[in-house]
Design a protein around this ligand. Sequence first.
Ligand code: ADP
Ligand code: TRP
Length: 334
Amino acid sequence: MFDNKVVLTGVKPTGTPHLGNYLGAIKPAIELGKKVDKHYMFIADYHAINAEKDPLVLNQKLKEIACVYLAFGLDSNHSIFYRQSDIPEIHEITTILYAYTPKGFMNKAHAYKAAVDKNREIGKPDDDGINMGLYTYPTLMATDILAFNSDIVPVGKDQVQHVEIARDIAGAINAHYNKELLHLPTYHLAENVAVVPGIDGRKMSKSYGNVIPLFEDDKAIKKAIFSIKTDSRPMEEPKDPEGILVYEIYKSIATPEQLQEMGDGLRQGKLGYGHIKNMLLDAVINTVKDAREKYDYYMAHFDEVDAMLQQGATKARPVAIETLNRLKEAVFGR
Ligand code: ADP
Ligand code: TRP
């Protein structure tokens, strides 16, 4: 399906990931990257400065996210792995795209709208605390995509609108100059990626504080798993596994045989909540065991990671320069 396609994945450096991030975003991106001929995988650090103003925190988050992807098997010899901030042409292209970005698109972009809604809820002026980085961020994201002639951008539902904006801006520029200056991208929504529930039953999310962390020590993972909501039915009481939160989370990482074993144990009253939590704990620790070792290695040898990122930028940058030159030629008529 993706043969000969240019696939581009962007990720914001927003702290160490949880099980939901891994299963919903990291794993599919790495797997897809292996399948396609050309995969750009970048860390959107300019996007992160809209919200995070402490350089130490930003740097730490960037390191963490880079090491997480490598730890889970991103192959930097195959995927072009780079930092957005190492490609300065991104900003020249963005300035050109601004001239073709209707302001109305930005008003409608959901990250901005969500920030306005939040302000209204708490009785603050609409634009309180909202900077131009957040407001115009879909245009910067359009550049991230268009600079590299991307065909396909794998995203979660919340990012679909942004890829559509990129496509619209590219379409407007192409139409104006009557030339395919920019390649039109499409989004790809992974269908079989389930939303992993958190330890309170809502979607697992940093903002709900209901996560199973992956890169903390075993104690922290155990603490999260043992706080998963259960009821007070005794072990002997046969239970339908569906709807039991531990089982629901287990579904996302267990093999079919493991899942069957837990399901049978619950149905037959042979497994209590303590048992199934330990089974989930083992599965989580197993999933991340190798990755955690690699993660620790990369965090301790970040110079190696930095070299990979710079090498990625060396590969990516000429493509952005070509796109910029194409645009400048058309825009300035020279
Ligand atoms: P969070 O909700 O913890 O703040 P983000 O919104 O930063 O996470 O999401 C980063 C990526 O992880 C997105 O691609 C998102 O779709 C994916 N993701 C986040 N939470 C889950 C979840 N519970 N199940 C599956 N995927 C998830
Ligand atoms: N906006 C994306 C997010 O919040 C991150 C991102 C920035 C991105 N630029 C991109 C994703 C380009 C895909 C393509 O997750």
